[in-house]
Design a protein. Structure first.
Length: 369
C-alpha cells in the first residue's frame, strides 16, 4: 500500500475515449498519501474510515488476498483480546470462557449465514454474484468481511453492502442490532454485560430464585435502567426510520421499494450502533440526514456508556452475599443458551416488522421473479 506524504504521480490513460461525462483527457492524477498507516489504525482501532472513498474495496487500500486477510484479522484483534481478558481480570476463568464461547457462537452463526446468503441468494442468476464486489477478493472474502465488520464497531468495507443479497444485508443488520458480538474496543463487552444482567434477572424469575450476579442482587432500580437501554434502540432507530419514510419529499429517499426501507433503516441503525457502514445507494449528504443521523449516533453512544456505569455503581454499593445451593450459576452452557435466546428476543424479534418489510420482502420479491 502507498505510504507517502508526496503528491501522487500523473499517468497516461490507456483509453481516454472511454471517459463518460467529462472532457476527454490523456492523463490522470493518482491520489496517494499515508494509506498504509491509516489502514492499520482504522482496522485495529475499530474506526473504519478509509483513505479512499471505496474504503478497502480500493486496490491501493487492499491490494491482495493476503492484505485482505491481515485487515480482517486486525478488525477483531483488540475486541477479542478484551474478551480474553475477562477471566484473569475477574478471577473467574469459567465466566470468561462462557462470555467468549457465547460471543463465538453468535459470531459463527452470523458469519455462516452471511456466507450462505451471499453465495446462494435468489437475487443472483448464478450461485456467486459479483455486483459490488472486487474480483480479486471474490464473493466469500467479501461476505466474510461484511459479517465481521458489522459484528465489530468497525464499519470498513471491501464490498458495497448496498449490492449484497437482501439476506446478507439482513445478517448485517442483525449484527448491529445485537451490537455485542465482539463489538468495538470494550463497548461490545459492555453491551454484552447489559444482556447478561437481563438474562440473570429473567432466569432468576423463571427458576424462583432471587436474581443476583456474583452475590449482588439485581433489583428494581437496576432493571429500570436496563429497560431504558432496551427501549432506547427501537424508539430512536424505528422512530427516525418511520419519520424519514413518511416524509420522502423532505428527506430525499433514493429508492421507493422494499430496498428503500432497508437503506433508511440500515443508515440509522449503523449510526446508533456506532458502526459507520452503510447502503451507499442512499443519498445522505443533506441537512436532514446529517442532523438525524447525528441524533441517532449520540443516542446510541452515550447512554450505552453512562447507564451501565450507573448500574455498576448501584451494584457496587450492595453487600455481597456468599454463594450457596440456591445461587444461579452463569458459567454453564444452559445459561449461555438462555442468554443467546434473550439477545434474540430483545433485538431481532422486536424489529421483525421492519425486517419483514425490508430485506425479507425484497428477498421474496426476487425469489418469485
Amino acid at each position: 500500500m502507498p505510504a507517502t506524504l508526496a503528491g501522487g504521480p500523473t499517468v497516461q490513460l490507456l483509453d481516454p475515449a472511454a471517459q463518460v461525462g467529462a472532457t476527454p483527457a490523456s492523463t490522470q492524477q493518482i491520489p496517494l498519501g499515508p494509506v498504509a498507516p491509516l489502514v492499520a489504525i482504522k482496522q485495529l482501532g475499530s474506526n473504519g474510515g478509509g483513505w479512499y472513498g471505496p474504503n478497502s474495496a480500493m486496490a491501493l487500500e487492499n491490494p491482495t488476498p493476503l492484505s485482505n486477510f491481515l485487515e480482517l484479522l486486525a478488525i477483531g484483534l483488540v475486541p477479542i483480546g478484551v474478551v480474553m481478558m475477562i477471566g484473569p481480570f475477574t478471577g473467574r476463568r469459567r465466566f470468561g470462557v462462557m462470555v467468549l464461547g457465547t460471543m463465538l457462537l453468535m459470531s459463527v452463526l452470523s458469519t455462516g449465514a452471511s456466507l450462505w446468503a451471499e453465495a446462494y441468494s435468489a437475487s443472483a442468476a448464478t450461485p456467486a454474484v459479483l455486483e459490488g464486489k472486487e474480483v480479486r477478493l471474490g464473493v466469500d472474502g467479501s461476505a466474510l468481511w461484511s459479517a465481521l465488520t458489522t459484528q465489530v464497531n468497525n464499519g470498513s468495507v471491501n464490498m458495497m453492502h448496498d449490492s449484497s443479497a437482501p439476506l446478507t444485508g439482513l445478517v448485517n443488520m442483525a449484527n448491529m442490532l445485537i451490537n455485542a458480538i465482539w463489538g468495538g474496543v470494550g463497548c461490545g463487552l459492555q453491551q454484552f454485560l447489559v444482556y447478561l444482567l437481563l438474562a440473570v434477572f429473567i432466569a432468576g424469575l423463571m427458576t424462583g430464585r432471587t436474581p443476583e450476579l456474583f452475590g449482588r442482587k439485581i433489583e428494581a432500580p437496576e432493571v429500570r435502567l436496563l429497560a431504558v437501554l432496551v427501549l432506547l434502540q427501537p424508539l430512536v432507530v424505528l422512530g427516525l426510520t418511520a419519520l424519514t419514510l413518511a416524509l420522502p419529499a423532505y428527506t430525499g429517499n433514493s429508492n421507493p421499494g422494499f430496498h428503500g426501507i432497508s437503506q433508511v433503516f440500515y443508515e440509522y441503525l449503523s449510526a446508533f450502533a456506532n458502526n459507520g457502514s452503510g447502503f451507499a445507494g442512499l443519498g445522505t449528504g443533506t441537512p436532514w440526514w446529517n442532523l438525524t443521523a447525528t441524533v441517532a449516533l449520540l443516542a446510541g453512544r452515550y447512554p450505552s456508556l453512562i447507564i451501565p456505569l450507573a448500574i455498576a455503581a448501584l451494584l457496587a454499593r450492595k453487600r455481597q452475599a456468599p454463594e450457596g445451593p440456591g445461587t444461579l450459576h452463569v458459567e454453564t452452557p444452559t445459561f449461555a443458551l438462555t442468554l443467546v435466546g434473550i439477545v434474540v428476543i430483545l433485538t431481532l424479534l422486536q424489529f421483525m416488522p421492519v425486517l419483514a418489510l425490508g430485506p425479507i420482502a425484497e428477498q421474496l420479491s426476487l425469489a418469485v421473479r
